[in-house]
Design a protein around this ligand. Structure first.
Ligand SMILES: C[S@@+](CC[C@H](N)C(=O)[O-])C[C@H]1O[C@@H](n2cnc3c(N)ncnc32)[C@H](O)[C@@H]1O
Length: 216
């Protein structure tokens, strides 16, 4: 077995097993990051796209309802990638026959094979912030730079400066717009950034940061 390089845990647990365990234990709406709809993500995706044939990848899509909402808006070129097979299986089951219209990828975003210049929009909510090692972050940015077409858009949402320091027991890196943009570099033109107070299913709040960039 090839272990994902992104993060390793004590007791021999790798990132994939960790996430499989989380999704094996909790219902889709019982995890802290759950929202019935990812309103801000949808708004930015709609802003970034000029037609319904736009090629959109949701990185670490998990069991999120973003794909349901994109299908409801009739986007027809959607890829959902996640490290967890369990999460993908739950989402496929929820979508039923509509799941056949989605491209599914299971893998670690830092080393999965992606077609060059194949996406108009790259969306990531709450994945990049788990990359606490600089080499994993660099690998991620190389993937975005390779897979997104020039003129395409990148939407990355992480915990903000006042957000939690951990999620699901894992350390995260918190960002403001400047520090997040710095990770990506000058090829990524920062068009917009904003913060959002996310209300978890348990009634607590978490500050998220959204950055919206155009790839030169
Ligand atoms: C906090 S959840 C966010 C899920 C979804 N984006 C949302 O907003 O509801 C993080 C997701 O990223 C996935 N993930 C974590 N590390 C990953 C990696 N290196 N490559 C791909 N997916 C990863 C997890 O399996 C999980 O589904």
């Amino acid at each position: 077995m090839i272990y994902p390089r992104v993060y390793q845990f004590g007791h021999g647990m790798d990132a994939q097993t960790y996430w499989e365990n989380i999704y094996g234990e909790k219902a889709a709406d019982a995890v802290s990051w759950y929202r019935p709809h990812l309103e801000k993500s949808l708004e930015l995706i709609e802003h970034a796209t000029h037609g319904l044939s736009a090629s959109i990848i949701d990185v670490g899509g998990g069991e999120s309802t973003l794909v349901d909402d994109l299908l409801a808006r009739r986007y027809r070129n959607i890829t959902i990638l996640d490290i967890s097979q369990t999460a993908i299986d739950v989402t496929k089951k929820r979508l039923g026959s509509a799941s056949k219209n989605i491209h599914w990828l299971i893998g670690d975003i830092t080393n999965v094979e992606l077609e060059p210049c194949s996406y108009d929009v790259w969306h990531d909510r709450a994945v990049f912030h788990f990359l606490t090692a600089a080499d994993a972050r660099m690998a991620y940015v190389r993937q975005v730079a390779k897979a997104v077409r020039p003129g395409g858009h990148v939407i990355v949402s992480t915990f903000g400066p006042e957000g939690p320091t951990k999620c699901s027991g894992l350390d995260v890196v918190r960002y403001n717009a400047e520090s997040l943009h710095e990770e990506f570099g000058v090829r990524f033109q920062l068009l917009r950034s904003s913060t959002e107070l996310h209300r978890t299913p348990f009634g607590t709040t978490q500050q998220f940061l959204y950055c919206f960039c155009r790839v030169e």
